[in-house]
Design a protein around this ligand. Sequence first.
Ligand code: HEC
Ligand code: HEC
Ligand code: HEC
Ligand code: HEC
Ligand code: HEC
Length: 343
Amino acid sequence: MKRTAWGLALAFALVPRAVSAEADGRPSLRLPAPATSAYARGSREQVNARCVACHAGVARDHDGSLHAQAFVEPSFQKGYAIEPAAFCRSCHAPEHGPATEPDAFARSHGVACVTCHVPDANGTIVTGEGHDTGSNGPHAVKRIPNFGTRACTSCHEFAFPNSGSLGEKGLMQKTATEHATSTYGDRTCTTCHMPKSDSGRRSHRFTASRDATMLAAALHVKASREANGHLSFELSSLGVGHAFPTGDLFRRLVLRLKTARGVREQSFERSFRATRDPANGKTSRFEATDTRLAPSRRFELDVAAPEGGCSWELVYQRVTGVGQTPPFTADVEAETVLARGTL
Ligand code: HEC
Ligand code: HEC
Ligand code: HEC
Ligand code: HEC
Ligand code: HEC
């Protein structure tokens, strides 16, 4: 699919940021993180099997999640086939040392129970504030303050390889920074991503990019035809604790306008360039632009109205690669329509 960028005026509206009130020190235990070396594998598999045996409901939720599928999931496998690096394995198959191809357990369990709850070699089960049933169960747990965010950040924010001195511009994913500096910085990731059921239990499904209803509910679009004949689109996100889209760099929102004369598109995404890092002389990527929606950023697009009627749609896309020079063409892997209308 070929797409062309529009020359549209983008209006930014910045709202003051709420700073997270968190002030506790680092826990002495290791937090969930990408694997750096091999665990004693056999025992990890056995411990994980015990968690699953007693927590069958949680295990069912987790089985259907992208965490459990982090290594076998087809979009990951497509990227991994091009770049089968230890770097990728450290997060997508964290139950195996990154140096070699994962074993059957690490492949099939992805980010496993033990990855998040038993990150320390000493076997302590760690968790967050917990629920209100008053029971800790037959095993001890260590409660880590703000676990609902700290359990996530070291996998959900990381730099391109060789981008040491580029700071935030060198980040491949930056969900933690987006979250910490957003108006939602005082809510843990789990407030939104592990909603509590009626019984007060937290879900382990971690649905997001594959959930059309969740995505559509997170987008606000106001489309109108102005007195001057122009079309006006006002876009903002609703209840998203970071940029929308966040995470993987191959995600974007596209506003598509269809008229009798053809299709025009405007995308909201990050774009990247290659650069040589002065600190190590190696080539890396850095972020050149970021036009995604954010809790504190909305867009007003003013478009000269095409002749005749037109229809528009706002779509969420997962793409498999983005050209690094205009017109930034990309292969679309999946697309979900979040809103549409006619003007
Ligand atoms: C991606 C990280 C992650 C993975 C993977 C994960 N958990 Fe959790 N789990 C959490 C977090 C975070 C909480 C919420 C802690 C809190 O209450 O703040 C939690 C809560 C729980 C709870 C308490 C739930 C409740 O509300 O009653 C149990 C039990 C549990 N996990 C077991 C498991 C088991 C078993 C697995 C594997 C099948 C698993 N977890 C996989 C992060 C994870
Ligand atoms: C022999 C059964 C059994 C095994 C094995 C087991 N659990 Fe539990 N666990 C329980 C029970 C029972 C509770 C208390 C009821 C509940 O919260 O689900 C509990 C509670 C928890 C909680 C919630 C604590 C709280 O109050 O917030 C977490 C988290 C948890 N288990 C994680 C794990 C993990 C991770 C493993 C594997 C390393 C594991 N459990 C192994 C039975 C077990
Ligand atoms: C060990 C690394 C690791 C940890 C820890 C971790 N994640 Fe993830 N998470 C991943 C990977 C890898 C994926 C993507 C899997 C895939 O689709 O290939 C993922 C996927 C997700 C998704 C689904 C994204 C989508 O595209 O739909 C959500 C939501 C998510 N994580 C939230 C969290 C939250 C919240 C926490 C903390 C409680 C957490 N994660 C902890 C590695 C991790
Ligand atoms: C205030 C609620 C809220 C908080 C807090 C929040 N998220 Fe989200 N998140 C959402 C919503 C809503 C979506 C779906 C819209 C979207 O894709 O951005 C989402 C989507 C995602 C996705 C899917 C990627 C994508 O954009 O398709 C990932 C990964 C994710 N969140 C991780 C996190 C992590 C990690 C944290 C904490 C650092 C966090 N979120 C905090 C609400 C929240
Ligand atoms: C530091 C941890 C980390 C490393 C290293 C990492 N990833 Fe990921 N990856 C993630 C997380 C977290 C997500 C989920 C974010 C989201 O869904 O937007 C993800 C998502 C993805 C996705 C989207 C999957 C989907 O289900 O849509 C692809 C593809 C991917 N990664 C490929 C790779 C490849 C290839 C490498 C190695 C070159 C790699 N990743 C290295 C953490 C990592």
